[in-house]
Write a protein that binds this ligand. Sequence first.
Ligand SMILES: [Zn+2]
Length: 104
Amino acid sequence: MSKNRMEAYLFCVNCEKDTPHEVEYKAGQIHKITCKTCEISLQINQEFVNKHFKEEFTKRVLSKPIRMTEEMEADLSGFLKSLPIRVISKPYRVYKEYTDKIKE
Ligand SMILES: [Zn+2]
């Protein structure tokens, strides 16, 4: 599995404004997004995303880009804003459920 990091200027649901974020990719998909200002970390549950967002959207926004463009940053910010708050408030639990499934 390849793991990569990228920096992006995204909307933080905790800071409630655009802040620098670290975007972590794993296996070609966004795995974790961390706000560098407040250090809140959001684990991306691919299953949830696949269920609730259109495939085309997740491919464009969550798959590993060659480089982060302004357009992508805008898309990602929109994605973060569109996530239901219960997913964001329990990132660890969501992540654990997801990784437990992978291990099986
Ligand atoms: Zn923040």
